[in-house]
Design a protein around this ligand. Structure first.
Ligand code: ZN
Length: 441
């Protein structure tokens, strides 16, 4: 009798958990260099406590180490280091998705930062490729191409339908990087510049409900989240129907509020107000603040606002060497991508508006548009909410890009009033990218 009761208790504990899955824990591999006595790699990885899944993870982490050691080629500089971190983006009963973020520092060469997504089949305990998940037939391809094309066309991103179809053909032929969460398929695409290079890929989430006939049946079903996760934040989200209030009337008046130098503790109050008035803004953030305020960034993106790059710590970019410029911009892009699970800013605002042909060329060749302003509220100098509010309202007009800073209480106070009153005057408050798009700027 006792044995039966114990068995029942044991069974109910197992039943409460998802089948075969215990809590994921974190493992760490390091090694110490014989030459420098310093650790030259640190690799964090998830442990599933399941032999088959853990073997997949182990193979994957060993690949990072092998790649790094190959680049070292026996040399051993004190600064050489490999760091691998991971995030569990979705832990479900059907699939689990893990993002590995790696940074290789090898002296004399630029740092290599990469992120890779691993999708696991939790029932069959194996790694899933795109071919396992997406039906490889013409009709599935056409459905997917049409979804992407209609969405990007409406967003004004893709100029020719052919571009996207070509992109999709390339991607499907060699699609390594994708992810699945409870409700969507996430593809990594570059709708601006169809290519299969890794640069500037943006996560595009497509609701599973739209993907009947595209995904195999097992993966069309919504999955459950069996463990809290760090969800991926998509740059584009294709869902049906489009969320209310997100539809821009191209014939109506529109302007863009932009907030520099944050994120800050004040930023959520701006987001609350934008949400109340179904409005969006652009936040040009400093890289060194990104990790501290990552929840705020994720929220801003989720609610349809835009994140732009404002350098790591606000130097005048004109005074920097090429390597310093690369670092100020590149480290900030990487920090934002890591904090948001892959959101890739498309705009960069040079601190002080300080730019020259070198800076402009650098940004252009790195997939970033230089984003200045046409209304300066001088809110950093005049810490008076009434004065700033009046400046915003006096300069409000179609096509205006208004510069503010969400680190000053007076600016935020002014912005909160202005958002309410601009909406009352019929302005659409849009992101800077949307303004460029709709006004051909
Ligand atoms: Zn600034």
């Amino acid at each position: 009798m006792m044995a039966v009761v114990l068995l029942l208790i044991a069974f109910s504990i197992i039943a409460l958990r998802s089948p075969g899955l215990t809590e994921i824990t974190t493992g760490r591999k390091t090694n110490v260099s014989k030459a420098t006595f310093l650790k030259n790699y640190t690799v964090h990885y998830p442990i599933f406590h399941d032999a088959a899944l853990d073997a997949i993870i182990s193979r994957h982490t060993e690949e990072y180490i092998a790649h790094f050691e190959k680049r070292l080629a026996g040399k051993n500089d004190i600064r050489d280091h490999l760091t691998v971190n991971y995030e569990a983006n979705h832990v479900g009963t059907i699939t689990t998705s893990i993002t590995f973020i790696s940074k290789e520092t090898v002296s004399g060469q630029p740092d290599v930062i990469s992120s890779q997504h691993l999708v696991l089949d939790m029932q069959n305990k194996k790694q899933l490729t795109a071919q396992d998940v997406i039906a490889q037939n013409l009709s599935a391809r056409q459905t997917l191409a049409k979804l992407l094309h209609d969405y990007f066309k409406q967003a004004g991103v893709v100029s020719s339908p052919l571009e996207l179809v070509n992109l999709l053909e390339l991607q499907l032929a060699d699609l390594h990087d994708f992810s699945l969460d409870a409700h969507s398929l996430i593809l990594y695409l570059n709708p601006h510049q169809p290519s299969i290079t890794n640069a500037g890929l943006a996560p595009v989430a497509i609701d599973k409900s739209l993907l009947g006939g595209v995904l195999y049946d097992t993966y069309t079903k919504p999955d459950s989240d069996v463990q809290p996760a760090d969800p991926l934040v998509a740059s584009y989200h294709i869902q049906s129907p489009p969320p209310a209030g997100n539809i821009i009337n191209p014939d109506g008046r529109m302007l863009a509020l932009t907030f520099d130098d944050g994120p800050d503790n004040l930023t959520p109050s701006v987001l609350d107000r934008l949400d109340t008035y179904q409005s969006h803004a652009t936040f040009f953030v400093l890289g060194h603040l990104v990790d501290t305020y990552k929840a705020t960034l994720q929220r801003a993106i989720r609610e349809g606002s835009e994140i732009g790059n404002h350098s790591w710590n606000h130097p005048d970019l004109r005074s920097l060497s090429p390597a310093e410029l690369e670092w100020q911009v590149g480290a900030t892009q990487a920090a934002i991508q890591v904090a948001t699970g892959g959101y890739t800013p498309r705009l960069m605002r040079p601190p002080y508006g300080g730019t020259n042909s070198l800076v402009a060329h650098y940004l252009e060749t790195h997939g970033l548009r230089q984003a200045l302003w046409n209304v300066d509220t001088d809110d950093w100098r005049d810490r008076d909410a009434e004065v700033i509010y009046n400046r915003i309202m006096a300069n409000a007009a179609d096509g205006r890009i208004i510069l503010l800073h969400d680190i000053h209480p007076t600016s935020v106070q002014a912005a909160l009033r202005a958002i309410r009153d601009l909406k009352a005057q019929g302005f659409q408050l849009v992101t800077a990218s949307d303004l460029y798009r709709y006004r051909g700027m």
